[in-house]
Design a protein around this ligand. Structure first.
Ligand SMILES: [Zn+2]
Length: 221
């Protein structure tokens, strides 16, 4: 008898659930919003649709092929955002994890369609001098996947207009770290706007930071 699809990688499945719970503890996410995927060979493991993180079990995590073929039967429905997870993993071979969430401060900027400029040196941890905003498209659609992919060109994060944020990483730990850093950055930027006008670092400042980050292995995408 063949193994059921949900029997594979129990530790990684648990790590995905732990990452979801960690986001909840850090108020990055709430309820059932947000989702995580991790590459496993030519497939991805992704959180299921509409399940409270606290009730999620390893066998509920869905395994989906990256080539577009149908997932094995007997699994739960994948997150409604499976398309951009799959398309990112397919188009970026060095990326092994994708984290999507609706953190309050990232989402507030995304509602205003305001990108994050080089207001803090940590912006360079996302691959460039800004964290851009992907154009609006309906959740779950291939149009949304296209706009997200466009914004992630040479970037490890983007805001998503009127929606939330997505980050990527070479590992799940790195992607999760980036999501927490991005929300912290968004909160700092909004706060600085509320008390005046933030100074923006110059291209030369940011080039220096990016060079320093390369030594920390942060050029993973
Ligand atoms: Zn979403």
């Amino acid at each position: 008898m063949t193994k059921p699809p949900y029997a594979d990688r129990p530790a990684l499945r648990q790590a995905i659930i732990d990452a979801c719970l960690s986001m909840e503890r850090q108020q990055i996410n709430q309820g059932t919003s947000g989702n995580i995927s991790v590459r496993v060979g030519d497939a991805m493991l992704i959180t299921p649709s509409g399940v409270d993180y606290a009730k999620m079990t390893p066998q509920m995590i869905v395994s989906m092929p990256l080539d577009g073929s149908a997932p094995e039967a007997g699994q739960m429905r994948p997150s409604s955002e499976w398309r951009f997870h799959r398309d990112i993993l397919r188009s970026k071979p060095k990326v092994n994890a994708v984290v999507h969430a609706h953190p309050v401060h990232c989402t507030a900027l995304a509602m205003n369609r305001t990108e994050i400029p080089a207001c803090h040196y940590m912006v360079a941890a996302f691959g460039g001098d800004t964290v851009p905003v992907a154009e609006y498209a309906l959740f779950g659609t291939s149009e949304l996947s296209d706009t997200v992919l466009e914004s992630l060109h040479n970037r490890a994060a983007c805001l998503m207009a009127n929606h939330g944020a997505v980050v990527i990483g070479d590992t799940l730990e790195r992607a999760l770290w980036r999501m927490v850093e991005l929300e912290t950055l968004a909160k700092g930027y909004i706060t600085s706007l509320s008390i005046g006008q933030p100074h923006i670092l110059t291209d030369a400042d940011m080039a220096e930071v990016k060079a320093a980050f390369a030594d920390y292995g942060l050029r993973d995408v």
